[in-house]
Design a protein around this ligand. Structure first.
Ligand SMILES: C[S@@+](CC[C@H](N)C(=O)[O-])C[C@H]1O[C@@H](n2cnc3c(N)ncnc32)[C@H](O)[C@@H]1O
Length: 396
């Protein structure tokens, strides 16, 4: 029998959330409010307390931790978007949720070294919610042409360029629902004793949950008794905020996720919520509070449908494997074995490590299965996009 895990919660955060639960109407918070405090409380939240949460020594890695290729290939795609907009003198690239700033560093170095005309037009901005991550970004990006701002500081219809988010949307707080007697109920977090959390199911805190599922074409009753899953309303609010600020250009979203039909398929009857603690995945958000990441898969159909209401037209959806291969990852892999590339053990070891990193980026059983959605506002939908040139998938 497996020994029960030792709880590694931050005691101060556990107490603070318990106090918030006790003080809230009905003595409960909805799950999205709980997740927001656990991840983003400004002093005690998971992302607030330690900049090294992501990475080999942290709880999970992202594509930017696998070397500079991801950022470099995205710079190649962004340069094409700049050309599609008619090579404006200023091209805004707004990265949202930049983690440790590794992606920005790889993107900027590659652009300045290899795409000088694009780099001259580039205005790279980062929007970051967590102060600890932001401080780390300033350290990692010292000397590189990048600036930081809040989303609210960006005026409506002012951005000409591209909003970019890698693994942002999966980190936004989600509501959870459960089907009971054919009805939609929401999951709330209440207290048992002074500090232990228990879940209760009750009427939804907002009509937006039912409206969301309705817009995805999902009827509640057929999901069956006890079916439980997530609804990411924060993702819709984020997309709307981004669309309103975009005058002309693109929104490029990379994340793990499903189409709506896959998301609410019978085999996902416990939902997609996952917790990451020291590279171990489990499904208990009430353990390791403040010291583990909590995520949920992204519903790409919802992003596409909601974006359309704010003039964001879906230009294509594909998987990261096809996206990066179309942008030249295969050539990078081939170059590792080119004549003269490996002449000693050190070079051989380096080539093997890089080969493994490139493989992970496109592995269909790993990051290669991530979704890539490109939406455009006031752009020419007939212009081909390099990253979508291999067979793209449809969202339905
Ligand atoms: C899962 S990490 C991904 C980091 C990075 N994009 C990468 O790929 O390594 C999510 C990042 O988004 C930030 N974040 C979460 N919500 C945000 C929001 N509403 N606005 C800006 N940043 C946010 C977190 O603080 C964190 O830096």
């Amino acid at each position: 029998m497996e020994t029960p895990p030792v709880d590694d919660s931050n005691p101060a955060l556990r107490t603070l959330i318990a106090q918030r639960v006790a003080a809230s109407p009905g003595g409960r918070l909805n799950f999205a409010q709980f997740m927001d405090l656990a991840l983003y409380h400004p002093e005690l939240g998971y992302y607030a307390t330690h900049p090294g949460r992501i990475g080999g020594w942290g709880d999970y890695i992202t594509a930017a931790h696998l070397g500079s290729d991801f950022g470099e290939l995205l710079a190649v795609q962004a340069a094409q978007l700049w050309r599609h907009l008619g090579k404006p003198e200023g091209f805004d690239f707004v990265e949202m949720g930049a983690g440790q700033g590794l992606f920005a560093a790889d993107f900027l170095r590659h652009a300045h070294a290899n795409l000088p005309d694009f780099a001259a037009a580039l205005d790279y901005r980062i929007v970051e919610r967590s102060a600890a991550q932001l401080a780390e970004q300033r350290r990692v990006l010292a000397g590189l042409p990048v600036r930081w701002c809040d989303l609210e500081q960006i005026a409506p219809d002012s951005v000409a360029g591209c909003f970019f988010a890698n693994e942002l949307v999966d980190a936004l707080p989600v509501h959870q629902f459960v089907v009971h007697r054919g009805e939609l109920l929401e999951i709330y977090v209440a207290l048992e004793g002074e500090r232990d959390f228990v879940e209760v199911a009750a009427a939804p805190s907002t009509p937006r949950l039912a409206a969301f599922l309705d817009r995805c074409g999902i009827a509640t009753a057929p999901l069956g008794e006890g079916y439980r899953s997530e609804v990411n309303l924060a993702a819709l609010d984020w997309l709307e905020a981004v669309a309103r600020r975009l005058a002309r250009g693109y929104v490029l979203t990379v994340d793990y996720g499903y189409t709506a039909r896959q998301y609410y398929a019978p085999q996902h009857r416990s939902g997609t919520l996952a917790c990451y603690h020291r590279h171990r995945v489990h499904d208990n958000p009430y353990l390791h509070i403040g010291n583990q990441d909590i995520t949920a898969h992204v519903n790409f159909t919802a992003l596409q449908t909601h974006g359309a209401a704010y003039a964001l037209r879906s230009l294509g959806f594909t998987r990261q494997s096809f996206f990066l291969l179309a942008l030249g990852l295969g050539e990078r892999l081939a170059a590792l074995g080119a004549p003269g590339a490996i002449e000693n053990n050190a070079q051989l070891n380096a080539a093997l490590r890089r080969r493994e990193a490139l493989r992970t980026l496109v592995d269909p059983g790993s990051m290669g299965d991530f979704g890539v959605l490109i939406q455009g506002k006031n752009t020419d939908p007939d212009l081909p996009l390099a990253g979508l040139s291999l067979p793209a998938q449809t969202l339905s």
